[in-house]
Design a protein around this ligand. Sequence first.
Ligand SMILES: NC(=O)c1ccc[n+]([C@@H]2O[C@H](COP(=O)([O-])OP(=O)(O)OC[C@H]3O[C@@H](n4cnc5c(N)ncnc54)[C@H](OP(=O)(O)O)[C@@H]3O)[C@@H](O)[C@H]2O)c1
Length: 204
Amino acid sequence: MRAVDLADADGMDELCEYAAHVAPDILVNNAGFGGYGPFVESRPSDEVAMIATNVTALTMLAKAVLPGMLKRKAGRILNVGSTASFAPGPFAAVYAATKAYVLSLSEALAEEVSGSGVTVTCLCPGPTETGFARRASMSSTRVFKGPVADAAGVARTGYEAMMAGRRLAVPGPVNKLLVFAIRLVPRRVVAFISRRELSPVPPA
Ligand SMILES: NC(=O)c1ccc[n+]([C@@H]2O[C@H](COP(=O)([O-])OP(=O)(O)OC[C@H]3O[C@@H](n4cnc5c(N)ncnc54)[C@H](OP(=O)(O)O)[C@@H]3O)[C@@H](O)[C@H]2O)c1
């Protein structure tokens, strides 16, 4: 077992070397965090760490294990995106952009390795009951004041999709409908609605 800070370049190098050496059959890229507030006010160091964790570490870990999986003609990668992967996120702009990257990378890799025995799945949950909202200072936003999914159910959906080799898993009918509707609406309207959902709920 190895525990590293994925935002730390040395820790990442060490973990990638270890991952390539142990040649796992399954890689789950779940670690990630968000942030909340106007883009011009957020601390650059927080966003550098967010990009390093959500984007760089996820990419480099996939790169470390994929050659071995392809050689063995077997392997499963599960990357955790978000419903934020599908829409811009005003006041969580960098977080939503990192999750858009996760979906794009996952879909591209899934296509690159298709037919090889290796699969890449992107799990895109909506708001879920974990430590995420508190850490991201999003607890008082509309998005986390509405229905919030149970983490075990979301994990089960991701696991089943990964084992079935599906490319995309969006847990819950409401999130599925949301993701479908986003494709039909102009991007500017999506950004406007997203801004509303990411606004704080006024105190009663
Ligand atoms: N909860 C939601 O509403 C929601 C919705 C959509 C997508 N997601 C995504 O789901 C994934 C899991 O998050 P969660 O909801 O379970 O939140 P969480 O309870 O805050 O857990 C995040 C996990 O990521 C780890 N992590 C964060 N930064 C790390 C770093 N630099 N190095 C190593 N580990 C790090 C944390 O480890 P430590 O505890 O040691 O810091 C923790 O285990 C994330 O990718 C998140 O973006 C969450």
